[in-house]
Design a binder for this molecule. Structure first.
Ligand SMILES: Nc1ncnc2c1ncn2[C@@H]1O[C@H](COP(=O)(O)OP(=O)(O)OP(=O)(O)O)[C@@H](O)[C@H]1O
Ligand SMILES: [Mg+2]
Length: 339
């Protein structure tokens, strides 16, 4: 039995071959700061964020899609994999996605975190490749396909052809940075201290990149008064959130444009015909697809359930393991040599 894993900076998703996605939980771990013993992981630990006593710490152990705190990630992966691995799944082979430009050390950290569970072998694949596969695009032909995977900690764009990456760029910017900007803005403008989960809820509820935000809508942001310390709330409008997050969105748009500008002209011709597909949770941000289309002059579509594209593509990539293991001389196998 084989497993696919999307170890994202905000969510961890697991897929079992022939079954589909079986787990989707927050990439959060909570532990006792004295003993380092894990108390909870996933959604259970997410519910503890910002609400822990001094003796407990709850945090996202992955930063920018790569491993920031290896021991915590290892424990989190181990526990989540245990949730899904019944006695029938012994020493599974694992296909895991990684951002495009990670270093060898970072790759090794991902492999180590997974290996600690007791797996037969780990296969790595770049997240833009699997994002495209999971979005239902054909990346195997001699034809350019462009995808941008917009996540919490990273955003990557790539032009794919013949099962490989012809041009790509990955930046450590995504939804998390927008949440940080919202936290800062609410503090400065309203003297209200809020946590990241509240900022994220606000972004999801009314965040927009549209030129004509619907300011009839409001979102109630609750926090603590920065001076008096007492609980307070303010009602914010989409237009002000747009002004707060537009800079981060522009950084992502620039990365996408860089990929187009550096790609071979024949492939760009294909992209012009077929358009760009957006994947990742942040692709659901209102107005993002239009902003990218307006800035590139290329049609943009959002994948169906964009947050699942990467895990579905990893699941699909399981079928290529056999070829890699046979050492088949097939240059268009999208799976990367594993350790
Ligand atoms: N409806 C929505 N509107 C706006 N943003 C959203 C929406 N749904 C999810 N997001 C944002 O998408 C991001 C999560 O996307 P995703 O699940 O693809 O990230 P990830 O895989 O965990 O991170 P990464 O790939 O960067 O490591 C978060 O910043 C989240 O707030
Ligand atoms: Mg991701």
């Amino acid at each position: 039995m084989d497993i696919a894993l999307d170890l994202g900076s905000s969510r961890t998703r697991l897929f079992i071959d022939k079954k589909g996605k079986v787990l989707d939980e927050a990439s959060v771990a909570a532990y006792n700061v004295m003993s380092n013993k894990i108390i909870a992981v996933g959604d259970e630990a997410y519910a503890m964020l910002g609400k822990t006593p001094d003796s407990i710490s709850a945090e996202y152990p992955l930063a920018s899609g790569v491993i920031a705190q290896s021991a915590l990630v290892e424990d989190m992966v181990h526990i989540l994999m245990k949730h899904i691995c019944t006695s029938k799944i012994i020493m599974p082979r694992v296909v895991a996605s990684i951002p495009g430009d990670v270093t060898e050390v970072e790759k090794r950290a991902v492999v180590n975190a997974i290996s600690a569970f007791g797996v037969r072998r780990v296969y790595l694949i770049e997240n833009t490749k699997v994002a495209a596969m999971g979005a239902g695009l054909n990346i195997m032909g001699p034809h350019g396909t462009m995808v941008a995977n917009l996540g919490a900690g990273t955003s990557s764009a790539a032009i794919l052809s013949l099962g490989g990456i012809a041009e790509s760029k990955s930046i450590k910017v995504g939804g998390n940075k927008m949440d940080d900007e919202i936290v800062k803005y609410i503090r400065h403008k309203y003297s209200l201290v809020i946590g990241h989960p509240m900022a994220e809820r606000c972004k999801i509820a009314i965040g927009t990149l549209s030129d004509e935000p619907d300011d009839e809508k409001t979102f109630r942001v609750k926090g603590r008064d920065a001076i008096g310390g007492l609980p307070r709330f303010v009602d914010v409008k989409p237009g002000e959130i747009r002004d707060v997050i537009i800079e981060t969105a522009t950084e992502i748009v620039t990365a996408i444009k860089d990929v187009i500008e550096n790609a071979p002209p024949e492939l760009v011709g294909d992209i012009f015909e077929d358009g760009i597909t957006l994947t990742g949770g942040l692709a659901k941000l209102d107005g993002f697809a239009k902003l990218i289309a307006d800035n590139t002059g290329i049609r943009v579509t959002v994948a169906k359930t964009p947050e699942d594209s990467v895990i579905l593509g990893c699941g699909e990539a399981i079928q290529y393991i056999a070829e890699v293991e046979k050492n088949a001389k097939n240059d268009i196998n999208p799976l990367m040599a594993a350790y």
